[in-house]
Design a protein around this ligand. Structure first.
Ligand code: NDP
Ligand code: MG
Length: 382
């Protein structure tokens, strides 16, 4: 029996992780955490019987406690709740499926406690990779990627650990607006941006796919996970989303992982690594697919990706600002207070305004995040 805990269990990755649990009786859920989705959490508690649950706000925890008063489950709240779940003695894998930098502290606590991490929460690696990767190495724990591209790279590296990587080929669908010019992007509405051609995901990451900022975050995520230089990561637009990413080795051989787009595969792979468990669902039909196409990313009309390379190249606290500014800009766009094309503009401005810190501590990371939020709030009021 493998006992897991899921931070962000009510979200897109969280619920798909629970689908994987449902299909695999050898997985058991010890703990769940969410922000405020009390009703969904009650359903999850009744189905999966975790011993511990955390909500972000005290009100949500109080409401949940009343709803499940008939059950034997401990309900916590706030960062303390997340931290307690992260170090539960019986848990062997922590699935981090929250959005944003809220995941940093629980991830660090879990690594310190010797837990393997099934990592979906890419913002944690983007902003604190310099703390997390050395700590994981020191504690001998695995960071198992859930993000489909990184899982594909991880799978392509099986049995190849000693071999030199020449390049990572990080594939991108190009999002719903691939091929459009800046002028054509001027009037994009929220509904348009929330329509991803191949994947069904949370709202924030879906917008990030449309701006190519998600690919930028994934470049930084790959740099930390696989210990390569930025110049070794090439983004390849591949609209069919069949090749989930690939590795080019020193002899020119390219190893890739292909499949239909379904996040349950990388989630299940991370939970059972190195074993491949059977999984139902659609299979890749190459005859039906017919052909695959590839393009260079359009950095001119989608400057978010270039800004990500710039932030990653500068390093230190700059990726924190890139990520925090994007998070706020996307939230403002979803509230219809900002235009689609202004998202990268605001990120660029916040980066210009920031005074970079080398090797930031967790407290400095969170301070840079707060400073960026404040900067953007001031900019939007004007
Ligand atoms: P969603 O928005 O669908 O879900 C976010 C989850 O986090 C929800 O359960 C939410 O709870 C919870 N949450 C938010 N804030 C807090 C908090 N302060 N404390 C505790 N829980 C909190 O996001 P996704 O599932 O789409 O994405 C999760 C992560 O995975 C992101 O980092 C994303 O980039 C990454 N990812 C997602 C992919 C996907 O296919 N969706 C693919 C690859 C990576 P509540 O419901 O109460 O708000
Ligand atoms: Mg991805």
């Amino acid at each position: 029996m493998k006992k897991i805990a899921i931070l962000g269990s009510t979200g897109s990755i969280g619920t798909q992780t629970l689908e994987v649990v449902r299909a695999n009786p050898e997985l058991q859920v010890s703990a769940l955490a969410a922000n405020s989705s009390v009703k969904k959490m009650e359903e999850q508690i009744r189905e999966f019987c975790p011993g511990t649950v955390a909500m972000w706000t005290e009100e949500a925890a109080t409401e949940l406690r009343a709803r499940v008063a008939d059950l034997d489950v401990k309900i916590l709240w706030g960062m303390e709740g997340l931290l307690e779940i992260a170090v539960l003695p019986e848990v062997s894998v922590l699935v981090t499926a929250v959005v944003g930098m809220i995941g940093i502290k629980p991830t660090i606590a879990a690594i310190r406690a010797g837990k393997d991490i099934a990592l979906a929460n890419k913002e944690t690696l983007v902003t604190a990779g310099h703390i997390i990767m050395p700590l994981a190495k020191e504690r001998g724990v695995s960071i198992l990627p859930v993000d489909s591209e990184h899982s594909a790279i991880f799978q392509s590296l099986n049995g190849e650990r000693e071999n030199r990587i020449e390049k990572l080929l990080l594939t991108a669908s190009g999002g719903p607006f691939r091929g459009r010019t800046r002028e054509q992007l001027a009037d994009i509405g929220v509904e348009d941006a929330l329509k991803h051609p191949n994947w069904l995901m949370g709202r924030k990451i879906t917008v990030d796919c449309a701006t190519l900022v998600n690919k930028g975050l994934e470049v930084m995520e790959a740099k930390w996970l696989f210990g390569v230089e930025l110049g070794q990561i090439q983004v390849v637009v591949h609209p069919q989303s069949v090749i989930h990413s690939a590795v080019q080795f020193a002899d020119g051989a390219v190893m890739a992982q292909l499949g239909v787009p379904d996040m349950k595969l990388p989630i299940q792979y991370a939970l059972f690594y190195p074993e491949r468990k059977p999984m139902g669902g659609n299979r890749l039909d190459l005859f039906e697919l017919g052909s695959m196409t590839f393009e260079r990313p359009d950095l001119e009309n989608f400057p978010g990706l270039e800004l990500a390379y710039r932030a990653a190249g500068l390093g230190g606290s700059m990726p924190v600002v890139f990520n925090a500014a994007n998070e706020r800009a996307v939230a403002l766009f979803l509230e219809e207070k900002l235009k689609f094309v202004q998202i990268p503009e605001l990120i660029g401005e916040a980066m210009e305004h920031h005074r970079r810190i080398e090797d930031p501590t967790v407290e400095e990371i969170l301070a840079a995040e707060a400073e960026t939020y404040e900067y953007i709030a001031g900019r939007i009021k004007q």
